[in-house]
Design a protein around this ligand. Structure first.
Ligand code: NAP
Length: 285
């Protein structure tokens, strides 16, 4: 039987790179896509196909997916992993930055789905796996744009699952907690650049301290890649996979606590983190 074909976006680092490796080790023919092709040399060496793709460029998506469909003859799994965290207060993040967050995290994902669907429908099979986050269910201080984009992924995925069931195509959402990668650094740099001074400076520092502490306990990308393996390979995949530092307890708290209690829990966690980080800084002086 022909090898199953998988596409992974955002495969040049962190979670996406590990997902590409895992699916390949599980016997799939893998196409790894990202803008920084040079960062995927090690995937190339393993035998994974690497191609340039900027998911904010709809024409490039069309062209790259057509190329893969022609070359491989089928597409069995699409992992929409590419994403970034635009942090900062709603008042201060420029609307164009917020639009870009959605262009990459949401519209890029939808365009990828549109591009693979004709092939998957023809096959009468396929798996679409969308990278959400525990932030797809939880509000987050200074994280409105990122959180909004991940909430959108959750809603789109739930609706899409209904649409695609009659065609034999399944949709799963991955909800990781804190994972060590480049993501946190990019998000915090953005946060401090936008809100590090001015009326939200204190909240920005609290957020930065919270991330500094939380990411000390971050899980490795392998944890997420294993969730994707299960979503891609199980005979009956679950609709959601939750894992990685903090995800299960936080999503459990979200399910049982009223909104105001959840807000209070968030504030308490951020204050506690700031206290710990300040103590550590004083100790290190
Ligand atoms: N790290 C966490 O704690 C965490 C937790 C929950 C969910 N997530 C989600 O997991 C996904 C992967 O994040 P990560 O932690 O692995 O972060 P990362 O190391 O920063 O990787 C992000 C990936 O997305 C790609 N990307 C960004 N913009 C792109 C664009 N315009 N076109 C194509 N690719 C683009 C990057 O590739 P190029 O720059 O080379 O294009 C890179 O490969 C994201 O969707 C993120 O929201 C992360």
């Amino acid at each position: 039987m022909a090898r199953k074909v998988a596409i992974v976006t955002g495969a040049s680092s962190g979670i996406g790179k590990q997902i590409a490796k895992n699916l390949f080790r599980n016997g799939m023919d893998v196409y790894a896509l990202s803008r920084r092709v040079y960062k995927m040399n090690e995937l190339d060496d393993l035998g994974i196909h690497t191609l340039h793709l900027d998911v904010s460029d709809q024409e490039e998506i069309e062209q790259v997916v057509n190329q893969i469909a022609q070359e491989a003859g089928r597409i069995d799994v699409l992992v929409n992993n590419a994403g970034l965290g635009t942090f900062g207060s709603i008042e201060e993040v420029d609307l164009s930055e917020g639009e870009y967050e959605f262009k990459v995290n949401v519209f890029g994902m939808v365009k990828m789905i549109q591009a693979v669907l004709p092939t998957m429908r023809q096959q009468k099979s396929g798996r679409i796996i969308n990278m959400s986050s525990m932030d797809g269910k939880l509000g987050n201080l200074m994280g409105a744009w990122y959180v909004g984009s991940k909430f959108a992924i959750e809603g789109i995925s739930d609706s899409l699952r209904l649409e695609l069931k009659p065609f034999g195509i399944d949709v799963a959402v991955i909800e990781p907690g804190a994972i060590s990668s480049n993501w946190k650094g990019i998000a915090i740099d953005k946060l401090m650049e936008v809100s590090g001074e001015g009326p939200y400076a204190q909240m920005a520092r609290q957020t930065s301290d919270f991330f500094a502490l939380a990411y000390k306990f971050a899980s490795t990308p392998r944890v997420v890649a294993r969730m994707v393996d299960r979503a891609a390979l199980s005979r009956r995949p679950k609709t959601r996979y939750v894992g990685g530092a903090g995800a299960k307890p936080m999503l459990w708290a979200r399910r049982i606590l009223p909104d105001r209690c959840m807000d209070a829990l968030n504030v308490a966690m951020y204050k506690y983190a700031q206290k710990i980080v300040n103590k550590q800084t004083a100790f290190n002086r």
